[in-house]
Write a new protein. Structure first.
Length: 462
């Protein structure tokens, strides 16, 4: 196999940045068309918040890690190119609302073919539908210079935001898919050698190209399915008096099920789960497998139901109207330890409250005011003026909760556990309600203070 000396990564986002920052010993240049993003990666204020990322980037930057907008130069110099661009759900055209938008991926692929004057290994890092490598190969071959050949590998990323650095240094597995041809297997060996700088050999799995592509969609679909299953059960718990944490604990003790990823919640968010399941639904439909499509679609439908159900519960508990009432929302990110708000359940819940004409105050330790406004206006698609009087964004949880008739926990930030809840209670009108959408607060303690506590997955309201 070719020994990889220089790597280029196209796409300096949540995946490209962290995944390449942990690579030791090899020169890596991460490129992006977005200059502001590259400037931020080159500054003290990195464009994404991720525990441990600052330290890793500071150590590697200028040593073997570089950030640049000169896409062509980095492609030209590299032996191996990670394509780590965004693949969002299509908003219009065929497959709108389901299929992945592969435009960014195809533009990057075309650029690789046009610029390269030597042979390259091209690695799909982005999450893509099964058999995307076929289209990439056609684009590369149709646009390449004489004598340049391309091997395409699939190497999906399994990091979770908030724990990305730990996940990357110590992955459950690294998956590499290749064609089972001589050159495909050789390229696979080259990439495996890159990872073997810090990942144990038996954790580097090598499989066929199509299995690798499908495994990424499958992993996310099965993880999300666990959450939708536990959230579906949480509705039964609320109606019967069973407790979802106890049920999840009991079920998870079965070693065949396992204890992780069984936390009931306001619903899953993040840029991946919904997008990748819809992608799988679209793929199933395209392959004339409607029953399979219907099965996976239900995972997303259950998630929508959970978000709606939680918002309705707040309205119902506040005596069926929240018009003019002040509601504090604690947390805006889709999970703790990230500033990412893509598909955050907090956004749906806020929209629900605003449509009921409530006044909302929002606090999140990592999400800035500008981002919250982008989310509330769907990046400018919804006018801000009509909702402005009803939205206030605060710099602390205590400020957000002042005078609130209900406090709604949307993200499980650790700091919410240790707030001065007595003081918060003293500043709330009566009855004072806490809605714990993450089952994270000490319910008994809050009840003792005087709050009425309503949680996902427990029926016994006090
Ligand atoms: P992102 O939007 O944060 O980053 C993508 C970057 O690619 C952007 O900065 C964009 O400007 C850049 N880009 C797009 N087209 C380009 C081009 N032609 N040339 C140069 N730069 C270009 O996205 P992300 O969250 O990093 O996700 C990237 C991929 O990884 C997606 O396919 C996603 O599904 C997958 N993934 C994401 C996660 C996650 O936790 N975010 C985890 C696993 C896999
Ligand atoms: C996910 C996958 O975990 C990761 O492997 C993949 O590479 C990208 O997609 P991410 O979306 O970053 O990662 O975070 P994850 O920890 O999976 O959480 C996704 C959502 O599910 C969050 O909103 C989280 O709060 C929610 N969740 C997670 C639950 O509601 N309950 C759980 O038990 C776990």
């Amino acid at each position: 196999p070719v020994v990889v000396k220089k790597i280029c990564c196209i796409g300096a986002g949540y995946v490209g940045g962290p995944t390449c920052a942990v690579i030791p010993n090899i020169q890596v240049t991460i490129v992006d068309l977005n200059k502001a993003r590259i400037d931020a990666w080159n500054s003290d204020n990195l464009p994404i918040y991720e525990p441990g990322l600052d330290e890793v980037v500071k150590e590697a930057r200028g040593r073997n890690l570089f950030f640049s907008t000169d896409v062509d130069k980095a492609i030209e110099e590299a032996d191996l190119i990670f394509v780590s661009v965004n693949t969002p759900t299509k908003k219009s055209g065929i497959g709108a609302g389901f299929a992945a938008d592969l435009n960014y991926l195809q533009l990057a692929t075309r650029r690789i073919a046009e610029v390269s004057t030597s042979s390259k290994i091209v690695v799909e890092k982005s999450t893509v539908p099964c058999r995307t490598a076929d289209a990439m190969r056609t684009i590369l071959e149709a646009n390449s210079k004489p004598g340049c050949t391309f091997d395409i590998l699939s190497n999906p990323e399994f990091l979770a935001e908030g724990t990305a650095i730990a996940d990357l240094f110590n992955p459950d597995r690294v998956l590499i898919g290749s064609l089972q041809t001589e050159s495909g297997l050789s390229a696979c060996g080259s990439l495996a050698a890159v990872y073997s700088n810090w990942v144990k050999k038996d954790q580097i799995l090598t499989v066929g190209l199509w299995s690798s592509e499908l495994s990424k969609l499958a992993a996310n679909a099965m993880l999300a399915q666990r959450i939708s299953s536990v959230n579906a059960l949480s509705a039964i718990c609320e109606a019967t008096g069973a407790n979802i944490d106890e049920v999840a604990y009991a079920v998870g003790k079965d070693t065949r099920v396992g204890p992780k990823f069984l936390k009931a919640s306001v619903g899953f968010g993040g840029s991946c789960f919904q997008k990748d399941i819809l992608n799988l639904v679209y793929l199933s439909e395209s392959l004339h497998l409607p029953h399979v499509a219907k099965y996976w679609r239900a995972v997303v439908e259950m998630n929508e139901y959970q978000k709606d159900r939680f918002a309705h519960k707040v309205v119902e508990t506040l005596f069926n109207t929240i018009t003019g009432k002040k509601i504090a929302m604690l947390g805006w990110a889709f999970k703790k330890d990230t500033g990412d708000t893509r598909e955050s359940p907090a956004i749906s819940i806020a929209n629900h409250f605003l449509s009921e004409k409530a006044r909302i105050t929002i606090y999140d330790p990592q999400v800035g005011e500008d981002q919250i406004w982008l989310d509330l206006t769907d990046y400018g698609a919804i006018p801000a003026e009509p909702i402005k009087p009803n939205v206030s964004i605060q710099k602390s949880a205590e400020d957000a909760c002042k005078g609130a008739e209900a406090i709604v926990v949307c993200t499980e930030w650790d700091e919410f556990k240790t707030l001065d809840w007595e003081k918060i209670y003293a500043n709330c009108p009566r009855p004072a309600f806490v809605f714990d959408g993450r089952l994270m607060l000490d319910r008994k303690k809050l009840q003792k203070i005087g709050f009425t506590v309503v949680t996902i997955g427990t029926g016994d309201r006090v």
